[in-house]
Design a protein. Structure first.
Ligand SMILES: [Zn+2]
Ligand SMILES: [Zn+2]
Length: 286
């Protein structure tokens, strides 16, 4: 059951928040959580919010109680939903961001052309002049890293790698609904990873290996070669390259993502829902 099935349930929640005093209450309680034990008495809370009328202030608190704040014997404290509201406001999820563009190191995964990063209205895209996107994701306008696009690209790259990990496990990081991961025939690449949320419509389309940069087998393989894939640029990793995947001969439908570092290769055999069936490491020396 979601707010889309029963809009009144969430609309009432939002209606309680459509008031500056109540938002200031949530902010004061989040400050208290950051600086101390998170508890504020009625009068401490009223002083921090800068409100004079006791009766009216009590009314505002009453409207927030239950859903967003909790009253205990020691005072008022933020509930998880209240903390989520404060997080959304600080992240600027609903705010307009300023438009920024810059060139970025590295080259396009699909055509080797130079790359450009563009940020506008809550979305970051790294693409080449032919329109191939190597990274594209939602990122709120007050998130960390603004003012420095290189840092922003690095944060969104890390975040995307983690979200792809969740997507492979069938979880949408936008609404926490169910995602269906698949390997399918691509257009600019032979095979691609695709995961779509059956609820909110969020979707990822990437080279297959790019969805595996946080997989333990891949991380430990890089570690054997003194590298940490979590510290490197997502689209420059060998495993992320579109040509790393091939159709596995024999059994079907099976795919194989292969990475070679120095004299050693790692092969991940995948089924068509992007789950690892088995993995194998081979050394050229043997
Ligand atoms: Zn390109
Ligand atoms: Zn979703």
């Amino acid at each position: 059951m979601t707010a889309f099935d029963d809009p009144t349930a969430t609309e009432e929640g939002f209606a309680e928040l459509g008031n500056e005093v109540r938002l200031r209450v949530l902010r004061a309680l989040s400050d208290a959580l950051r600086d101390d034990d998170g508890l504020l008495s009625f009068s401490e809370l009223r002083d921090r919010v800068g409100y004079e009328d006791d009766g009216n202030f009590g009314y505002h608190l009453k409207r927030l109680r239950g859903s967003f704040i909790r009253k205990t014997e020691q005072g008022y404290v933020l509930r998880a939903r209240g903390l989520a509201v404060v997080g959304t406001i600080f992240a600027g999820t609903l705010a307009e961001g300023e438009h920024q563009t810059a060139t970025v190191d590295g080259e396009c995964l699909f055509c080797d052309a130079p790359l450009l990063v563009e940020y506008s209205t809550g979305q970051l895209v790294v693409r080449c002049s032919h329109g191939h996107a190597v990274l594209s994701n939602i990122y709120p306008s007050e998130g960390a890293g603004h003012g420095d696009l290189d840092q922003l690209v690095s944060i969104v790259g890390t975040m995307t790698a983690q979200q792809l990990e969740l997507a492979r496990d069938g979880v949408c990081s936008n609404c926490y609904g169910e995602m269906t991961p698949t390997i399918e025939v691509g257009e600019v690449m032979d095979y691609r990873f695709r995961a779509a949320c059956i609820r909110c419509g969020m979707q990822y389309t990437t080279p297959v290996g790019m969805a595996f940069t946080r997989h333990p087998t891949v991380v430990s393989f890089y570690d054997r070669h003194d590298r940490d894939p979590t510290e490197e640029c997502l689209w420059e990793l060998e495993v992320s390259q579109p040509e790393a995947i091939t159709r596995h001969s024999g059994e079907s439908p099976r795919f194989c993502v292969a990475v070679t570092l120095a004299d050693e290769s790692l092969e991940l055999v995948l089924d068509d829902t992007a789950q690892v069936v088995r993995s194998e490491r081979t050394s050229r020396a043997n």
